[in-house]
Write a protein that binds this ligand. Sequence first.
Ligand SMILES: Nc1ncnc2c1ncn2[C@@H]1O[C@H](COP(=O)(O)OP(=O)(O)OP(=O)(O)O)[C@@H](O)[C@H]1O
Length: 261
Amino acid sequence: MAENLALQVENLSIAFGGLKAVDNLTFDIKKKEIFGLIGPNGAGKTTVFNCITQFYKPDQGTLLFRGHGDEVTDLTTRPVHDIIRHGLVRTFQNVELIRELSIIDNVLIGGHIDYKTHTLSQALQLPKARAEEKRYRAEAEKILENLGILDRKDMLAGGQPYGILKKVEMARTLMARPKLIILDEPAAGLNDSETLELAKMIRKIRDTFDCAILLVEHDMRLVMDICDRICAINFGKLLTIGTPKEIQQNKAVQTAYLGVD
Ligand SMILES: Nc1ncnc2c1ncn2[C@@H]1O[C@H](COP(=O)(O)OP(=O)(O)OP(=O)(O)O)[C@@H](O)[C@H]1O
């Protein structure tokens, strides 16, 4: 795997019954790249990232990921719960936060995969556990500051505007110190100004937290605005990979996706 790559997908295929949902798909994502995956409804986008995160086990293909410490992992050999430990996280379309907890406590939940101390020492508040908790709290505060919502840290998650909840969810994701974040339709449910904010936030995350981003999104303005490169698929097959400009000018994409003939 080339040193500049975060993810390499080669000849990925998966079928459900007779239907080839992903058909011999090959693409790669560079370190710190914002990479878009687009295609019409049913094109196979969700299935692609379900294969990457090992929620589905692909029938065929190579999935190499460069995670923490630049270590390369063959994702197909890992169980689904192990993927996050390597530095690959995904967000969900619906924000899933605990309304009764404060914003910072919701963010701290994202750090739990990393806790080194035993649950018992945490419960007894032993010095090592207290030090660890302090370190995670400082890290959570730094992330909230970066996302511009540190002033809300002690407020309850319940009742916050949707745009803020999305930021809290992103903060929680960042606690896993990801090397690649898969964003599943992050603009769904956001208004125009929140979508603009989201674009700024995604760029800032890439720049500040040194990670690549795979964006699966229907909002073409957002995709064209922030992606370095875009992969267009239809019927599970690759149409083309290119810059936003190249994608907009591509005949196959116009026909398949934008509905232009
Ligand atoms: N678990 C499954 N079992 C059977 N068929 C499936 C399953 N998951 C996806 N499919 C089928 O695979 C194809 C690709 O679906 P997928 O959800 O990946 O598309 P998509 O591009 O994400 O669509 P959308 O934009 O509507 O979310 C579709 O025909 C879908 O019906």
